[in-house]
Design a protein around this ligand. Sequence first.
Ligand code: PBG
Length: 322
Amino acid sequence: MPFPIHRLRRLRRTEALRRLVRETRLDPAQFILPLFVCPGEGVRREIGAMPGNYQMSIDQLVEECAEVQSLGIGGVILFGLPESKDDMATGAYDENGIVQRAIRAIRKETPKLLVVTDVCNCEYTSHGHCGYVKDGDVDNDTTLQWLAKSALSHARAGADMVAPSDMMDGRVWAIRQALDANGFDKIPILAYAAKFASVFYGPFREAAESAPQFGDRRSYQMDPANGREAMREIELDIEEGADMIMVKPAMPYLDLISQARQRFDVPIAAYQVSGEYSMIVAAARNGWIDHDRAMMESLTSIARAGAGVILTYFAKPAARLL
Ligand code: PBG
């Protein structure tokens, strides 16, 4: 074969050609925007480590949701900052808790917007751990009861889907049982199946005021070194009844998104977490990187790896560009 028969540059020559043969396309419908709801009225407090993201009171949150809907974004996932915290995470499963009230308010104003809830205890415990602390460790099976109650209270308030992020063993099963026993067999579960003990959650803990007061989360979140174990976590969550699974964080774990895509036929989500967002925004603010291109390239890489759904703090600016 004489040399220049194959010239891959031919299909890269113009934007029209590149656009035609593009393998991965992003769509605002695949984005889920994380939102932080706090007590009060008229509150819209920017999160220092996550410029462009806010702690919002319910009235502001409702306005935000209307904008999210008008941009064609797939949905929102809610995180709550309760009035007060205690060692039983009471605010997490209070029928009148901050997230439960927020869901009802969003339902009234934007009934068609997809509302997902993060099911976890760390925002509600005085010590910032994701469950009941006994002898210095998070007690798995007691925590399951809190998670089941929380998920049920979210469903009662009108959530479309619940997403447990605590990494207790058996939580998908416990939540499925509680939902089904109470008439919510139609509510799907998005399991944060492969969630790693990651330094990239740093900015989020400022946003959600949920940093652990002692120790860390390594006895329940996964070791970043373990890819095979991630596949086991995903497999077990699917067996327990997860309708969708998630890999989190996204960019440092693209290999696992790709492996999961090949092994499992459920929809796969990836969470581009706070640190991934803040690094891009910070570099852009310093003039070191182009914000919009870094945003789109990072989101494209996550989709190309195999995530059909992306939880991202870039949902609004990315949707506007698309
Ligand atoms: C709650 C939870 C966390 C995140 C999502 N759900 C924090 C954590 O596990 O410490 C992190 C999200 C982000 O960094 O954007 N457990």
